[in-house]
Write a protein that binds this ligand. Structure first.
Ligand code: CA
Ligand code: CA
Ligand code: CA
Ligand code: CA
Length: 371
C-alpha cells in the first residue's frame, strides 16, 4: 500500500498525521506509518450555546508535532462541503488547538500553540492548495509559536490537532456526512501549508443530545421521540439494546422496553416543566389525560382494526403498535382521567369498554356527518 510522503500533513512547524489505527501510538509518532487506507477523525459533541442556537463539536486528529526551533507562524484550517453538497451558512470553525491526548483522559493543550486566531489569508490560501475540493467553505487559523521543547509522550498518549466547530442544530444533516478536508503547515521553508491526504473524507458526527428525552435531537422532547422509540421494535416485549440504540435505554438495563417508556414519560414531563410524569392516555402530551386525548385517538379511526404501526398519538400507549382495549385499560388504570366518573375510576373492561366504544362511535359519527 502506498505510504504517504512528506508533503502530507505538516502542521506548523509541522504536524503530520500519525496512523490512527496503529496500536503502538508512540512508534507512530516517531515514525509515522500511513499503511491504513483511511485515517479517522475523532469527533465529540461539546455543548450547545442556547443564546446563539449553535451546537458545538470538537474534532481531533492524531498528529505528529515537530517543535519549531525559532519563531514561526503555524497555520491550519478546515474545508467543509463541496459544489454538490455545500456547508450551511451557520457552519463555522471557531477555534484551533494543538494538544496531547492522554490515555488517562486528562488531556491538555500545548501552551506553545495558544493563540490560534482566524486568519482569512490562510482561508484563502487553503482554497489554492493542491487537492482542494471546490465549493467547500474554508476556515484558516494561524498562531505565532516560539521555539519550545515537546513534552515526552507516554506510550498511549498522542499529539492531536483539534478544531472547534459550530452550526445551527437544524443544519445537522447538512454538516453530518459532508466532505471535509484539513490542512496544516507553517511559513517556514519546507513545511508549507498542505491538505491532509489518506484521510477520512467525510465528517461523521455523533448525534448531539441535549437532554436524555430528546431521542431525535431536535431540541424538543415530544411525541416524535416516543415514536422514535416505538420504531426500534416491539418494546412491549422488550429486546436487547445495541451500541446504536443505547440512548434509548433510559433505565440502563441494556434492554429496550416499556420501562424506558416509563423513564421517558418522567424525564420529558420534567423537561417540559410539568410537576409529574406524563401518563398513559395523554396522547397530545399536554400534561392531562382527558377527553381531548380520546377525541384525538378516535379521530384516527384505528381502534381495534388490527392495523399495526400505531403510535402514541394514535392510541398505542403500551407499545404493541395497535390501538385496542389494552391501551385504554392501561390508560384508565392510572386513575388520572381528568373527569373520571365512578365507573371510569374503577376500570373493569366489561364496564369501561362500552363507554369508550360509544365515545369512539360518537366521534366517528360526528366526523362522518356532513356539516
Ligand atoms: Ca425530540
Ligand atoms: Ca432499558
Ligand atoms: Ca392530553
Ligand atoms: Ca397498544
Amino acid at each position: 500500500m502506498r505510504l504517504l510522503t512528506q508533503d502530507i500533513l505538516l502542521m506548523v512547524t509541522v504536524i503530520s498525521l500519525a496512523n490512527f489505527f496503529m496500536a503502538d501510538v508512540a512508534r507512530c509518532c516517531t515514525t509515522p506509518s500511513f499503511s491504513s487506507p483511511e485515517i479517522e477523525i475523532e469527533v465529540e459533541f461539546e455543548g450547545y450555546d442556547d443564546v446563539r442556537d449553535r451546537v458545538i463539536y470538537k474534532i481531533e486528529v492524531e498528529a505528529e508535532v515537530m517543535a519549531p526551533t525559532q519563531l514561526a507562524t503555524c497555520q491550519c484550517g478546515v474545508n467543509l462541503g463541496s459544489t454538490n453538497f455545500q456547508a450551511p451558512d451557520s457552519f463555522s470553525v471557531i477555534n484551533a488547538v494543538v494538544g496531547v491526548s492522554k490515555d488517562d483522559g486528562d488531556d491538555f493543550d500545548l501552551e506553545a500553540f495558544d493563540g490560534f486566531e482566524v486568519d482569512e489569508g490562510v482561508s484563502t490560501q487553503i482554497s489554492t492548495l493542491r487537492g482542494f475540493r471546490p465549493g467547500g467553505k474554508s476556515f484558516g487559523f494561524s498562531s505565532a509559536v516560539e521555539a519550545f521543547s515537546l513534552p515526552p509522550l507516554q506510550p498511549e498518549d498522542a499529539y492531536v490537532l483539534g478544531f472547534l466547530l459550530e452550526f445551527d442544530p437544524d443544519d445537522f444533516d447538512r454538516v453530518n456526512g459532508n466532505a471535509i478536508q484539513f490542512a496544516a503547515g507553517s511559513n517556514e521553508p519546507g513545511h508549507p501549508l498542505n491538505i491532509f491526504r489518506n484521510y477520512q473524507a467525510t465528517l461523521q458526527l455523533p448525534r448531539f443530545q441535549l437532554n436524555e428525552c430528546d431521542f431525535n435531537s431536535d431540541l424538543a422532547c415530544d411525541v416524535d421521540d416516543i415514536n422514535a422509540l416505538y420504531r426500534l421494535g416491539p418494546i412491549d416485549r422488550g429486546f436487547d439494546r445495541t451500541d446504536s440504540t443505547e440512548r434509548y435505554d433510559l433505565n440502563g438495563d441494556d434492554r429496550i422496553s416499556l420501562l424506558d417508556l416509563d423513564e421517558w414519560l418522567e424525564k420529558a414531563a420534567d423537561y417540559n416543566g410539568f410537576d409529574s410524569p406524563y401518563v398513559f392516555g395523554d396522547a397530545n402530551l399536554d400534561g392531562n389525560f382527558d377527553s381531548s386525548d380520546l377525541v384525538q385517538v378516535f379521530q384516527y379511526s384505528q381502534y381495534e382494526n388490527g392495523r399495526r404501526g400505531q403510535t402514541w398519538e394514535t392510541g398505542d400507549w403500551n407499545g404493541d403498535e395497535l390501538f385496542d382495549s389494552s391501551d385504554l385499560i392501561r390508560a384508565f388504570q392510572t386513575g388520572r382521567y381528568e373527569k373520571q366518573s365512578d365507573i371510569l375510576a374503577i376500570p373493569e373492561p366489561t364496564t369501561l369498554l362500552p363507554v369508550l366504544l360509544a365515545f369512539g362511535w360518537c366521534v366517528s359519527w360526528r366526523r362522518r356527518t356532513p356539516v
